[in-house]
Design a protein around this ligand. Structure first.
Ligand SMILES: Cc1ncc(COP(=O)(O)O)c(C=O)c1O
Length: 461
């Protein structure tokens, strides 16, 4: 990044505030208190009896006021310790779903708390397109350096990052306007995205105005046949609507569908055909970013040269649309009041640096090793009780299994039984529905996995 500096002796007033000894001491004291309190959270604990009634009442009122019951009876107290979190009813649970992939560094991470304290010193809570501070400028530069893309546009939700990506590609490819997507994909729930997400229930009652053509996804049980089948279907769409497709949406690992990784060979066949037909390739990494054996899933599958746009979100705290210079939009296409909160901008920069400096990546990195350990435990459990658990599936920090017959109802029952026993998970996909974990790998240990598997075994029986 071009740094903003001069030979002038006197630092800017903002730098003087950040370096003020009172600020530094206050920060130190706050973090020390946090560290001390979080250390008292050491394992799963049931709710406190005396809090039960008021907790249930609060849940009921909250459910009514927000217009729908919560999936879990979860109201956090505001503290945790790594993979463990305290709820407002006094219970402590393993958070192995991390807010559906958001809290990769677990609960009460001190470096993230320090980033939020730094953000609190800033002049504004939110930053927007009209007025951005040096921290937003540095973050955009960091995203560009780690991704190798030419441009980065920040926003505060995965769905908006995806909307922005679609707009870039549709504007550039006009008058081509059809969209290709994989069957069982999940891309978000705005009016446009719920038309692409391959789940009819998510678009019930909504007007449909986008032409979408679906292509079947990779099937690891029949790799060769599934590649042939997908290519045949794609060719049919291209033949039926010549020069009308602007882009294809791709998840390199289908997350919401139930943790289905594709394969490099599969993607190369599809992507080569797309390139030959001048169709832009959009890699949605809102869920996969930083969770495979590489920082980006396109690095994991070695596909960078094919990708025109990639979006990230969830664990990065801020969301971003990263794209090539060929897709630079005309003025007015992308804008918004909020880039994000200053706290999210600081947290994102801290997270990206933590990830880059970590031992998480590579075939023997912490993510791959944690996956192997957990998968091995689940495999053994499935050998012990083959009628109750099948799998495991997934890759890296995304791991799933099919429980019982894979029915939606039985899987949900198990997820709630697990919650009561102290472990948070979530469902994914349909036919079969799977139970999935999005693991907070940097803050969890093999001992945590042992405990969770023990709780799971009891809940299954
Ligand atoms: C692959 C994928 N794309 C997009 C989204 C939408 O992100 P958000 O919920 O932040 O809008 C999600 C969220 O689950 C996702 O998993």
């Amino acid at each position: 990044m071009a740094t903003i500096s001069s030979d002038k002796d006197e630092p800017l007033i903002a730098d003087q505030l950040r370096a003020d000894p009172r600020v530094c001491e206050a920060k130190k004291l706050i973090l020390a208190a946090m560290e001390e309190k979080k250390r008292s959270i050491t394992g799963v604990r049931p709710p406190v009896k005396e809090l039960k009634q008021s907790y249930e009442e609060a849940l009921k009122v909250f459910g009514t006021q927000r217009g729908g019951k919560l999936f879990f009876p979860y109201i956090g107290s505001g503290i945790g310790n790594g993979a463990l979190v305290e709820l407002a009813d006094g219970s402590i649970k393993y958070d192995f779903i991390s807010g559906i992939g958001v809290h990769f560094f677990g609960h009460s991470d001190l470096e993230l708390a320090a980033a939020a304290l730094d953000a609190a010193l800033s002049d504004t809570i939110m930053q927007g397109n009209l007025q951005q501070n040096t921290d937003a400028v540095a973050l955009v530069n960091l995203f560009i350096r780690i991704s190798g893309f030419d441009h980065c546009f920040l926003c505060s939700s995965g769905a908006i990052a995806n909307e922005n990506a679609l707009k870039l590609m549709l504007q550039k490819k006009y008058p081509a306007h059809r969209i290709l997507a994989f069957e069982r994909n999940f891309i978000g729930r705005t009016l446009a995205l719920s038309q692409i997400t391959d789940k009819p229930a998510y678009r019930e009652g909504l007007p449909l105005n986008l032409p979408i053509d679906y292509v079947p996804y990779f099937d690891p049980k029949h790799p060769e046949e599934s590649i042939q089948h997908a290519v045949t279907v794609l060719k049919k769409h291209l033949h039926r609507y010549p020069k009308q497709h602007a882009l294809m949406c791709v998840e390199l690992v289908q997350g919401e569908a139930g943790a289905y990784p594709g394969s490099r060979e599969f993607f190369i066949e599809i992507m080569t055909l797309l390139k030959e037909n001048n169709i832009a390739i959009f890699d949605d990494e809102v869920q996969t970013f930083a969770r495979t054996h590489q920082l980006f899933a396109y690095q994991h599958f070695d596909l960078k040269e094919y990708i025109d746009v990639v979006t990230v979100g969830k664990l990065s705290q801020i969301c971003a649309t990263l794209y090539t210079k060929e897709l630079t939009p005309r003025t007015g296409l992308l804008s918004q009041t909020f880039t994000s909160s200053t706290a999210a901008i600081h947290a994102a920069a801290t997270i990206l640096n933590k990830l880059r400096e970590s031992d998480l990546y590579g075939e023997n990195g912490r993510i791959a090793n944690t996956h192997r350990y957990f998968a091995d435990k689940l495999q053994k459990l499935s050998e012990l009780m083959p009628d109750k658990i099948r799998g495991p599936f997934g890759i890296g920090a995304m791991i799933a299994f099919t429980a019982y017959d894979g029915s939606h109802e039985k899987t949900l029952e198990l997820i709630h039984r697990l919650f009561d026993a102290g472990v948070m998970s979530f469902n994914a996909g349909a036919n079969p529905t799977r139970l999935r974990f999005l693991l907070p790998v940097p803050v969890m240990t093999y001992q945590d996995i042992d405990q969770v598997v023990e709780i799971l075994q009891k809940a299954l029986t």
